[in-house]
Design a binder for this molecule. Structure first.
Ligand code: ATP
Ligand code: MN
Length: 149
């Protein structure tokens, strides 16, 4: 019933917990794992640089850096998969996290999405992170499992 699991990670502690959960579940069910990290361009462009026409020479190095950070985190997760004998695939997308998580899940026809209740944000009091909240409310049939912080 579960043969493909998608785990979405932002490199946070809770996301790491969700990776561990997904890997354990994959081991039990014999499923494969897609490790997905989305580079949220909108976040640093619209929220930190007060201009619509941000020059590309400013954006590109930031994006490259964020990609490197995402790669490093996903490589850690790949090591865990290898150690546990779980087959994994890494995917890094650029765009809005909620949209890209759903797109990847639909395109690779996964049976389950696993993610954390919270992420990197400092607002620890929030009931649920906005990426997880947004993913719950997307129009899709794919089940979602939320790992608590
Ligand atoms: P907010 O971002 O709303 O201020 P937050 O950072 O605490 O709050 P979310 O961003 O919703 O909460 O993070 C919850 C979970 O969503 C993470 O544990 C992770 O599984 C997933 N997630 C968040 N951002 C990304 C991302 N850029 N790429 C992939 N997965 C992500
Ligand atoms: Mn976040």
């Amino acid at each position: 019933m579960i043969s493909k699991i998608l785990v979405a990670t932002d490199g946070s502690e809770t996301a790491w917990k969700s990776i561990e959960y997904a890997v354990a579940l994959a081991k039990q069910t014999g499923a494969t794992i897609t490790l997905l990290s989305v580079i949220d361009k909108g976040f640093f462009v619209t929220r930190s640089i007060p201009s619509v026409a941000t020059p590309t020479h400013l954006i590109e190095p930031i994006e490259d850096y964020l990609r490197q950070v995402a790669e490093a985190h996903i490589e850690e997760a790949e090591k865990l998969c290898k150690k546990k004998g779980v087959q994994s695939k890494k995917v890094i997308r650029s765009g809005h996290p909620v949209e890209e998580i759903i797109k990847e899940a639909e395109e690779s026809k996964v049976d389950l999405i696993v993610m954390g209740s919270h992420g990197r944000s400092a607002i620890k009091a929030a009931f649920l992170g906005s990426v997880t909240f947004g993913t719950i409310h997307k129009d899709t049939k794919i089940p979602l499992l939320i790992v608590r912080k």
